[in-house]
Design a protein around this ligand. Structure first.
Ligand code: SAM
Length: 289
């Protein structure tokens, strides 16, 4: 009994250890709980903006359970070629199973750090909510730059890791930025403890929160934030990868947006405050300086 429980715990902990294995019920749970909560509101907007480039050859990297794919595919022209990839085959399979038959889409397992595509093969590359999950962000950006055709675009969105949105941590009912007060590692440990022993202190409903769900299964949620995104750091990484920023949109939190215009802009644009107060960053990138 003890042994079988230990084996079960080891097996499931291994599955949660990183983004590298998204198997079993994880794609479906990710799609059911995380996607509506975090990504769906953005997907329609991303699809509308991505389609405005009138792309013909599109690559989606780390597509997850396919929320952007489902929003973008109906907006693409009949002759488009849309390659949808993820590191994890179960994610690719799950995303494909949610999509109506569409001969324009090619589903493929692919590591975004070593894209199996020719140089300049795509006129649009989509990295939505990906860069924070890859082990080598500069390499990831270089791979995106390599496969973009001259004149093509990369549409990247993410959030700084010090903000509530980018921290990938639960929130306390009492709105305290624990990760800013005690540091990420201690905040992570605190949330693990609270998820297990005092889930009522957390804002997210238990069935939508991976900390609480893991805690209830007797597991520890692993930290899957591999890249610590910051505004100035990302801009530098973009330039170093040979990409140029065509458009940058930094969206501050609702609290900041309610402040007087000048103060809100200062909080959003100052390197002192922006990493904690920006909830979404969107970039249109192209090749070259
Ligand atoms: C936040 S999720 C998916 C985000 C997705 N683009 C969306 O909009 O829902 C991050 C995804 O990155 C994938 N991933 C992590 N490392 C990767 C890599 N090196 N190459 C490709 N995909 C990777 C994971 O399998 C996971 O599906």
């Amino acid at each position: 009994m003890l042994v079988s429980r230990a084996i079960k715990r080891t097996r499931v902990t291994a599955m949660l250890e990183s983004d590298k294995i998204f198997a079993g019920s994880i794609p479906e749970n990710y799609d059911r709980y995380m996607v509506p909560l975090i990504f769906e509101p953005y997907a329609a907007d991303i699809a509308r903006r991505a389609a405005s480039f009138s792309p013909n050859a599109i690559l989606e990297t780390a597509a997850g359970s396919g929320v952007v794919t489902r929003a973008l595919a109906p907006r693409l022209p009949p002759g488009a070629s849309y390659v949808v990839t993820d590191l994890n085959q179960p994610m690719v399979d799950y995303a494909a199973s949610r999509q109506p038959p569409d001969t324009r889409i090619k589903w493929r397992q692919a590591d975004a750090l070593a894209l199996p595509f020719d140089n300049a093969a795509f006129d649009l590359v989509l990295p939505h909510a990906v860069i924070e999950h890859v082990a080598d962000a500069p390499l990831y950006l270089r791979e995106c730059a390599r496969v973009i055709a001259p004149g093509g675009h990369c549409y990247l969105s993410t959030a700084p890791y010090l903000s509530f949105a980018g921290a990938h941590l639960p929130r306390l009912k009492l709105q305290l930025p624990l990760h800013l007060m005690v540091g990420r590692r201690a905040a992570f440990a605190t949330f693990r403890f609270l998820a297990r022993h005092a889930a009522w202190t957390l804002k997210e409903p238990a069935n939508e929160n991976s900390f609480i769900k893991a805690a209830r299964r007797g597991q520890d949620k692993e930290d899957d934030l591999l890249e610590k995104v910051r505004v100035t750091r990302l801009r530098r990484q973009i330039a170093d990868a040979g990409l140029r920023i065509v458009r940058e949109e930094l969206h501050a939190t609702a609290t900041v947006r309610r402040m007087p215009g000048g103060l809100a802009r200062w909080l959003r644009d100052s390197p002192l405050t922006q990493d904690a107060l920006i909830s979404n960053m969107e970039y249109v990138l192209t090749r070259g300086v």
